[in-house]
Ligand binder design. Structure first.
Ligand SMILES: O=C(O)[C@H](O)[C@@H](O)[C@H](O)[C@H](O)CO
Ligand SMILES: [Zn+2]
Length: 301
Protein backbone atom coordinates (compact mmCIF):
# COMPACT_ATOMS: atom_id res chain seq x y z
CA UNK A 1 0.00 0.00 0.00
CA UNK A 2 1.23 3.48 -0.81
CA UNK A 3 0.61 6.21 1.71
CA UNK A 4 1.92 9.00 -0.48
CA UNK A 5 -1.38 9.89 -2.15
CA UNK A 6 -3.24 10.55 1.07
CA UNK A 7 -4.52 14.11 1.27
CA UNK A 8 -6.15 15.76 4.29
CA UNK A 9 -8.19 18.88 3.81
CA UNK A 10 -10.26 20.96 6.17
CA UNK A 11 -13.44 21.27 4.12
CA UNK A 12 -15.35 23.28 6.66
CA UNK A 13 -13.38 25.60 8.91
CA UNK A 14 -16.31 25.61 11.28
CA UNK A 15 -16.07 26.06 14.93
CA UNK A 16 -17.41 22.84 16.32
CA UNK A 17 -17.17 22.73 20.08
CA UNK A 18 -17.65 18.96 19.96
CA UNK A 19 -18.27 17.71 16.44
CA UNK A 20 -19.54 14.13 16.25
CA UNK A 21 -21.59 11.59 14.34
CA UNK A 22 -20.58 12.26 10.73
CA UNK A 23 -23.02 10.53 8.35
CA UNK A 24 -23.00 10.66 4.56
CA UNK A 25 -26.36 11.23 2.88
CA UNK A 26 -25.98 10.11 -0.71
CA UNK A 27 -29.37 11.47 -1.82
CA UNK A 28 -28.30 15.04 -1.05
CA UNK A 29 -24.53 14.66 -1.54
CA UNK A 30 -24.24 15.92 1.99
CA UNK A 31 -22.44 15.25 5.23
CA UNK A 32 -24.56 15.37 8.36
CA UNK A 33 -22.93 15.82 11.75
CA UNK A 34 -23.73 17.23 15.18
CA UNK A 35 -22.10 19.69 17.56
CA UNK A 36 -23.15 18.18 20.89
CA UNK A 37 -22.96 21.09 23.38
CA UNK A 38 -23.98 23.64 20.73
CA UNK A 39 -27.21 21.59 20.34
CA UNK A 40 -26.86 21.69 16.56
CA UNK A 41 -27.41 19.24 13.75
CA UNK A 42 -25.53 20.41 10.65
CA UNK A 43 -25.74 19.42 7.00
CA UNK A 44 -22.88 20.32 4.66
CA UNK A 45 -23.77 20.15 0.97
CA UNK A 46 -20.64 18.97 -0.84
CA UNK A 47 -21.75 20.52 -4.14
CA UNK A 48 -22.66 24.02 -2.95
CA UNK A 49 -20.30 23.85 0.07
CA UNK A 50 -23.09 25.42 2.11
CA UNK A 51 -24.03 24.39 5.63
CA UNK A 52 -27.53 24.34 7.01
CA UNK A 53 -28.24 23.74 10.66
CA UNK A 54 -31.07 22.93 13.00
CA UNK A 55 -30.80 23.94 16.65
CA UNK A 56 -32.54 21.70 19.18
CA UNK A 57 -33.29 22.20 22.86
CA UNK A 58 -30.73 19.84 24.44
CA UNK A 59 -27.29 18.37 23.62
CA UNK A 60 -27.61 16.38 20.39
CA UNK A 61 -25.13 13.51 20.27
CA UNK A 62 -25.90 11.60 17.07
CA UNK A 63 -27.92 11.82 13.90
CA UNK A 64 -28.97 9.11 11.42
CA UNK A 65 -30.94 8.78 8.21
CA UNK A 66 -34.58 7.72 8.34
CA UNK A 67 -36.10 5.46 5.70
CA UNK A 68 -39.41 7.29 5.68
CA UNK A 69 -37.68 10.64 5.17
CA UNK A 70 -35.97 13.15 7.42
CA UNK A 71 -33.64 12.03 10.16
CA UNK A 72 -33.51 10.61 13.65
CA UNK A 73 -31.30 12.03 16.38
CA UNK A 74 -30.44 11.43 20.02
CA UNK A 75 -31.21 14.62 21.93
CA UNK A 76 -30.61 14.73 25.68
CA UNK A 77 -31.92 11.32 26.77
CA UNK A 78 -34.47 11.11 23.95
CA UNK A 79 -34.60 9.29 20.66
CA UNK A 80 -36.23 11.82 18.31
CA UNK A 81 -37.47 12.13 14.76
CA UNK A 82 -36.07 15.25 13.12
CA UNK A 83 -37.94 17.11 10.41
CA UNK A 84 -35.45 19.27 8.54
CA UNK A 85 -38.02 21.44 6.77
CA UNK A 86 -39.84 22.74 9.82
CA UNK A 87 -36.90 22.16 12.22
CA UNK A 88 -39.05 20.13 14.61
CA UNK A 89 -37.98 17.22 16.79
CA UNK A 90 -40.63 14.71 17.85
CA UNK A 91 -39.83 12.42 20.78
CA UNK A 92 -40.01 8.72 19.93
CA UNK A 93 -38.72 7.36 23.26
CA UNK A 94 -36.92 8.48 26.43
CA UNK A 95 -34.25 6.55 28.38
CA UNK A 96 -32.44 6.93 31.72
CA UNK A 97 -35.41 8.75 33.29
CA UNK A 98 -33.93 8.15 36.76
CA UNK A 99 -30.55 9.65 35.81
CA UNK A 100 -30.98 13.40 35.56
CA UNK A 101 -27.31 14.07 34.79
CA UNK A 102 -27.17 11.64 31.85
CA UNK A 103 -27.33 12.28 28.13
CA UNK A 104 -27.04 10.16 25.07
CA UNK A 105 -23.68 9.96 23.32
CA UNK A 106 -22.77 8.22 20.03
CA UNK A 107 -25.40 6.36 18.00
CA UNK A 108 -25.75 4.49 14.71
CA UNK A 109 -28.37 2.42 12.88
CA UNK A 110 -27.88 -1.33 12.51
CA UNK A 111 -28.32 -3.25 9.21
CA UNK A 112 -31.94 -4.06 10.17
CA UNK A 113 -32.85 -0.43 10.80
CA UNK A 114 -32.63 -0.30 14.62
CA UNK A 115 -31.11 2.88 16.07
CA UNK A 116 -28.42 1.98 18.62
CA UNK A 117 -27.16 4.64 21.04
CA UNK A 118 -25.58 4.69 24.46
CA UNK A 119 -25.62 7.15 27.33
CA UNK A 120 -23.12 8.69 29.73
CA UNK A 121 -23.07 11.09 32.65
CA UNK A 122 -22.54 14.70 31.55
CA UNK A 123 -18.85 15.61 31.68
CA UNK A 124 -17.44 18.38 33.86
CA UNK A 125 -14.38 18.40 31.55
CA UNK A 126 -13.45 16.08 28.68
CA UNK A 127 -13.40 12.51 29.99
CA UNK A 128 -14.10 13.73 33.54
CA UNK A 129 -17.46 12.39 34.72
CA UNK A 130 -19.23 10.17 37.19
CA UNK A 131 -18.29 6.62 36.21
CA UNK A 132 -20.53 3.70 35.24
CA UNK A 133 -23.68 5.78 34.70
CA UNK A 134 -24.28 4.92 31.05
CA UNK A 135 -26.15 2.15 29.25
CA UNK A 136 -26.48 0.93 25.68
CA UNK A 137 -29.92 0.95 24.05
CA UNK A 138 -31.59 0.51 20.71
CA UNK A 139 -34.77 1.97 19.30
CA UNK A 140 -36.61 -0.63 17.25
CA UNK A 141 -38.60 0.30 14.14
CA UNK A 142 -41.83 0.01 16.20
CA UNK A 143 -40.37 2.65 18.60
CA UNK A 144 -39.90 0.30 21.55
CA UNK A 145 -36.50 0.48 23.28
CA UNK A 146 -34.31 -2.39 24.39
CA UNK A 147 -31.48 -2.04 26.89
CA UNK A 148 -28.38 -4.18 26.39
CA UNK A 149 -26.19 -3.43 29.40
CA UNK A 150 -25.34 -0.72 31.91
CA UNK A 151 -22.17 0.30 33.80
CA UNK A 152 -20.88 2.20 30.76
CA UNK A 153 -18.53 5.15 31.25
CA UNK A 154 -18.57 6.90 27.85
CA UNK A 155 -20.66 5.03 25.30
CA UNK A 156 -19.02 5.68 21.97
CA UNK A 157 -18.18 4.21 18.53
CA UNK A 158 -20.29 1.43 17.11
CA UNK A 159 -20.68 -0.51 13.87
CA UNK A 160 -21.46 -3.96 12.48
CA UNK A 161 -19.38 -6.45 10.51
CA UNK A 162 -20.11 -6.77 6.81
CA UNK A 163 -21.82 -10.15 7.35
CA UNK A 164 -23.88 -8.56 10.19
CA UNK A 165 -22.73 -11.25 12.63
CA UNK A 166 -20.55 -9.05 14.84
CA UNK A 167 -21.30 -5.81 16.66
CA UNK A 168 -18.27 -3.62 17.45
CA UNK A 169 -18.45 -1.21 20.36
CA UNK A 170 -16.31 1.28 22.25
CA UNK A 171 -16.69 2.34 25.87
CA UNK A 172 -14.01 5.06 25.73
CA UNK A 173 -12.61 4.74 29.21
CA UNK A 174 -11.92 1.03 28.71
CA UNK A 175 -9.39 2.12 26.03
CA UNK A 176 -10.54 -0.91 24.03
CA UNK A 177 -12.54 -1.79 20.97
CA UNK A 178 -14.89 -4.64 21.86
CA UNK A 179 -16.84 -7.14 19.77
CA UNK A 180 -20.05 -9.08 20.42
CA UNK A 181 -21.74 -11.82 18.45
CA UNK A 182 -24.72 -10.21 16.74
CA UNK A 183 -28.05 -11.78 15.90
CA UNK A 184 -29.52 -9.55 13.23
CA UNK A 185 -33.09 -10.92 13.26
CA UNK A 186 -33.56 -10.21 17.00
CA UNK A 187 -30.94 -7.49 17.58
CA UNK A 188 -29.46 -9.52 20.47
CA UNK A 189 -25.79 -9.30 21.41
CA UNK A 190 -23.67 -11.86 23.27
CA UNK A 191 -20.12 -13.03 23.99
CA UNK A 192 -18.36 -9.72 24.65
CA UNK A 193 -14.61 -9.71 24.02
CA UNK A 194 -11.94 -7.12 23.31
CA UNK A 195 -10.41 -6.96 19.82
CA UNK A 196 -7.95 -4.08 20.23
CA UNK A 197 -6.40 -2.22 23.15
CA UNK A 198 -5.26 1.30 22.33
CA UNK A 199 -1.60 2.20 22.73
CA UNK A 200 -0.71 5.07 25.01
CA UNK A 201 -0.12 7.64 22.26
CA UNK A 202 -3.41 6.67 20.64
CA UNK A 203 -5.14 8.07 23.71
CA UNK A 204 -8.93 7.69 23.97
CA UNK A 205 -10.98 5.67 21.45
CA UNK A 206 -14.03 7.63 20.31
CA UNK A 207 -16.12 7.26 17.12
CA UNK A 208 -15.70 4.30 14.76
CA UNK A 209 -16.75 3.04 11.34
CA UNK A 210 -16.21 -0.06 9.25
CA UNK A 211 -14.79 -0.05 5.71
CA UNK A 212 -15.75 -2.16 2.70
CA UNK A 213 -12.96 -4.63 3.59
CA UNK A 214 -14.38 -5.23 7.06
CA UNK A 215 -11.63 -3.29 8.85
CA UNK A 216 -12.40 -0.77 11.59
CA UNK A 217 -11.49 2.92 11.65
CA UNK A 218 -11.33 4.53 15.08
CA UNK A 219 -10.98 8.24 15.79
CA UNK A 220 -8.56 8.81 18.67
CA UNK A 221 -9.60 11.65 20.98
CA UNK A 222 -6.45 13.54 22.10
CA UNK A 223 -4.52 11.32 19.70
CA UNK A 224 -5.01 13.51 16.59
CA UNK A 225 -5.47 10.53 14.32
CA UNK A 226 -7.67 7.83 12.93
CA UNK A 227 -6.40 4.26 13.07
CA UNK A 228 -7.37 1.29 10.93
CA UNK A 229 -7.69 -2.01 12.76
CA UNK A 230 -8.06 -5.60 11.69
CA UNK A 231 -10.62 -6.96 14.16
CA UNK A 232 -9.70 -10.54 13.26
CA UNK A 233 -6.01 -10.32 14.12
CA UNK A 234 -6.23 -7.47 16.63
CA UNK A 235 -3.51 -5.60 14.73
CA UNK A 236 -3.37 -1.97 13.76
CA UNK A 237 -2.97 -1.71 9.99
CA UNK A 238 -2.65 2.03 9.44
CA UNK A 239 -2.45 5.39 11.19
CA UNK A 240 -3.56 8.65 9.56
CA UNK A 241 -2.62 11.75 11.55
CA UNK A 242 -4.73 14.90 11.44
CA UNK A 243 -3.76 18.50 12.22
CA UNK A 244 -5.99 18.60 15.32
CA UNK A 245 -5.66 16.68 18.60
CA UNK A 246 -9.26 16.02 19.51
CA UNK A 247 -10.39 13.85 16.61
CA UNK A 248 -13.79 12.48 17.60
CA UNK A 249 -15.37 10.41 14.82
CA UNK A 250 -15.14 9.31 11.21
CA UNK A 251 -17.29 8.03 8.34
CA UNK A 252 -16.90 7.29 4.67
CA UNK A 253 -18.73 9.38 2.08
CA UNK A 254 -18.41 11.13 -1.24
CA UNK A 255 -18.31 9.37 -4.58
CA UNK A 256 -18.60 5.60 -4.02
CA UNK A 257 -17.82 6.22 -0.34
CA UNK A 258 -14.16 6.66 -1.29
CA UNK A 259 -13.54 9.66 0.99
CA UNK A 260 -13.31 9.71 4.76
CA UNK A 261 -14.79 12.53 6.83
CA UNK A 262 -13.49 13.26 10.32
CA UNK A 263 -14.99 15.45 13.05
CA UNK A 264 -13.15 17.00 15.98
CA UNK A 265 -13.61 19.10 19.11
CA UNK A 266 -12.29 22.41 20.33
CA UNK A 267 -13.80 22.31 23.84
CA UNK A 268 -11.14 21.45 26.39
CA UNK A 269 -8.19 22.82 24.42
CA UNK A 270 -6.09 25.49 26.12
CA UNK A 271 -5.08 28.79 24.42
CA UNK A 272 -1.66 27.41 23.45
CA UNK A 273 -3.32 24.37 21.88
CA UNK A 274 -5.73 26.57 19.95
CA UNK A 275 -2.81 28.54 18.48
CA UNK A 276 -1.06 25.32 17.47
CA UNK A 277 -4.18 24.00 15.70
CA UNK A 278 -5.60 26.72 13.45
CA UNK A 279 -8.11 24.30 11.95
CA UNK A 280 -9.49 23.12 15.28
CA UNK A 281 -13.23 22.53 15.26
CA UNK A 282 -13.31 21.97 11.49
CA UNK A 283 -14.49 19.05 9.41
CA UNK A 284 -11.77 17.14 7.59
CA UNK A 285 -11.83 15.11 4.39
CA UNK A 286 -9.24 12.42 3.75
CA UNK A 287 -8.80 11.33 0.14
CA UNK A 288 -6.41 8.90 -1.50
CA UNK A 289 -6.87 6.16 1.09
CA UNK A 290 -7.59 3.63 -1.66
CA UNK A 291 -10.22 2.09 0.61
CA UNK A 292 -13.97 2.56 0.42
CA UNK A 293 -16.69 2.58 3.01
CA UNK A 294 -20.27 1.38 2.94
CA UNK A 295 -23.49 3.40 2.95
CA UNK A 296 -25.08 4.12 6.33
CA UNK A 297 -28.21 2.12 7.21
CA UNK A 298 -31.39 4.18 7.63
CA UNK A 299 -33.66 3.90 10.65
CA UNK A 300 -36.61 1.75 9.60
CA UNK A 301 -39.29 3.24 11.86
O1 LIG B 1 -18.44 12.90 21.91
C1 LIG B 1 -18.14 12.04 22.71
O2 LIG B 1 -17.93 10.90 22.43
C2 LIG B 1 -18.09 12.51 24.12
O3 LIG B 1 -19.29 13.18 24.32
C3 LIG B 1 -16.96 13.49 24.29
O4 LIG B 1 -17.10 14.20 25.44
C4 LIG B 1 -15.57 13.01 24.09
O5 LIG B 1 -15.46 12.32 22.90
C5 LIG B 1 -14.95 12.28 25.24
O6 LIG B 1 -14.67 13.17 26.28
C6 LIG B 1 -13.71 11.54 24.90
O7 LIG B 1 -13.63 10.44 25.67
ZN1 LIG C 1 -17.84 10.10 20.53
Amino acid sequence: MTMSSIKIECILPGNCRLGESPVWEEASNSLLFVDIPAKKVCRWDSLSQQVQQVTVDAPVSSVALRQSGGYVATIGTKFCALNWEDQSAIVLATVDKDKKNNRFNDGKVDPAGRYFAGTMAEETAPAVLERHQGSLYSLFPDHHVEKYFDQVDISNGLDWSLDHKIFYYIDSLSYCVDAFDYDLPTGKISNRRSVYKLEKEEQIPDGMCIDAEGKLWVACYNGGRVIRLDPETGKRLQTVKLPVDKTTSCCFGGKDYSEMYVTCARDGIDPEGLLRQPEVGGIFKITGLGIKGIPPYPYAG
